[in-house]
Design a protein around this ligand. Structure first.
Ligand code: SAM
Length: 433
């Protein structure tokens, strides 16, 4: 994105990259921010539109179809995405309609498609005159295979899950207990006019009434808090941590849970944090630097024999925050709906099995292993643990509970949107010998 372009052209280009070209939303947004250096307002607007189009893509496509006599040609896909950007604004945003139409039409010139001005102007004005309704916009905005898997796994909850997937999630933060009490930090937020309240479902959590940029959070740069969903904050809780323990966080980057573990240990324990990706290990390093915490960070494949220095008698605690489909965090990453394929799940499930089998050998007798994912599919969760427990008779399933989670045979599952949490699965296993 070399030359300066308006926000509508930028949003359309990013959506095109995500939906047609398979680029991740985070990468496309980061690229936009680096090359265009937008003002905070422009960045916020582009982000809102990009997330919105990714969330409501199926519905917007249906609406677009009803105003187009013929589909827009493949080589002009950017025009098609401009149309979706225009429709999203008219349907979901409070932007003045005339500005939404005028700016979107104006963007045609910026993407070198001046010819399309008339087409876009016509479609968007037609929509204003006749804002068509689409039945079932929520299911329309989920791929068929995902609808099927959700209704098979959660027959009584699948519609609520899909509804939650399309909502804007709350911004949740975790106070660094080594630096502040939650009450102190809440007061600091209020002094900075950031309306927020204690998270009733996590010990260190605060929920903001409205999302803000992290640089607005008091002393964020020096580690006073981290952004982390309530459901993700349960990992440190379930691990039953105590000072001096040897803890392995096996899939650790970018380090949200490693940091929480260290905060709980008051930086007093041996923590090893692994990740297979070198680039993500760099993010992990900077997370811990910002929070002024120390861990042994190793770039390593945790599903194979250790290339990192395992303590002689093993670990007291192991966390496997396994690579997974991410189908429990779609509201925060709506591009997942566009990128995930059923075949990915088989592949991920094989990695999850290998991680469990390999890491179990490095847990001390009497130690605890917490297996977790941000997925809502049983194949990555209950079925994974069931198979493991059935083939390892020294694995004891421990009882864990959370008021917002559904109890399962081997663990607990939070569902997206229930008490405004993300969808996470947790299972806690104890090694008997
Ligand atoms: C769900 S994310 C972890 C998020 C992290 N625990 C946090 O709280 O910030 C899963 C991570 O597992 C890593 N990963 C995937 N396969 C791995 C493997 N075989 N060994 C170690 N890490 C792996 C991925 O690179 C990714 O960073």
């Amino acid at each position: 994105m070399p030359k300066k372009i308006n926000t509508r052209a930028a949003a359309a280009r990013i959506c095109w990259q995500i939906i047609d070209q398979g680029r991740s939303l985070d990468a496309a947004m980061a690229d936009y921010i680096e090359t265009q250096q937008p003002s905070p307002q422009d960045k916020g607007f582009v982000q809102e539109v990009v997330y919105g189009v990714c969330r409501w893509h199926g519905e917007l496509e249906q609406v677009a179809k009803s105003f187009l006599r013929n589909p827009i040609r493949k080589k002009d896909r950017i025009v098609h995405f401009l149309l979706l950007v225009g429709l999203y604004q008219l349907r979901y945003l409070e932007t003045a309609n005339h500005a939404a139409v005028a700016e979107t039409v104006q963007a045609c010139k910026q993407v070198n498609k001046v010819w399309a001005k008339k087409l876009l102007n016509g479609c968007l004005r037609n929509y204003q005159r006749n804002p068509v309704d689409v039945s079932d916009p929520i299911t329309l905005s989920h791929p068929k295979w995902l609808q099927e898997q959700l209704s098979q796994a959660w027959p009584n909850h699948s519609l609520a899950i899909m509804h939650a997937n399309n909502q804007r999630p709350p911004m949740c933060i975790r106070v660094n207990a080594m630096k502040h009490s939650r009450d102190d930090y809440l007061q600091q937020l209020n002094e900075h006019d950031i309306q927020s309240e204690k998270d009733p479902h996590s010990r260190d959590g605060i929920i903001l009434n409205k999302p803000v940029g992290v640089t607005k959070l008091p002393d964020f740069a020096h580690g006073s808090c981290s952004v982390q969903d309530t459901a993700a904050q349960q990992a440190a809780e379930f691990l039953q941590l105590a000072p001096k323990q040897a803890v392995l966080d096996a899939c650790a980057a970018p380090g949200g849970k490693t940091a929480h573990i260290l905060e709980r240990l008051n930086n007093d324990g041996l923590v090893h944090a692994l990740d297979v990706s070198e680039q993500r290990c760099e993010q992990l390093t900077s997370t811990l630097q910002r929070l002024q915490l120390n861990a042994g960070i190793y770039t390593a494949d945790a599903s194979t024999p250790p290339s990192w220095p395992v303590p002689e008698d093993g670990y007291d605690r192991i966390l496997i925050d396994a690579p997974c489909s991410g189908l429990g965090v779609i509201r925060r990453h709506p591009d997942i709906k566009h990128h995930r394929k059923p075949s990915d799940i088989t592949q991920l499930s094989n990695i999850q099995t290998a991680l469990l089998e390999n890491l179990w050998q490095h847990l001390k007798p009497g130690g605890l292993l917490l297996y977790m994912t941000c997925s809502v599919l049983p194949v990555e969760n209950e079925q994974q643990v069931k198979r493991f427990v059935e083939s390892n008779n020294n694995a004891i399933v421990m009882n864990i509970e959370h008021p917002c989670a559904l109890s399962q045979k081997y663990g607990v599952q939070t569902l997206p949107g229930v008490h405004s949490m993300d969808g996470f699965y947790y299972s806690l296993l104890k090694k008997s010998t």
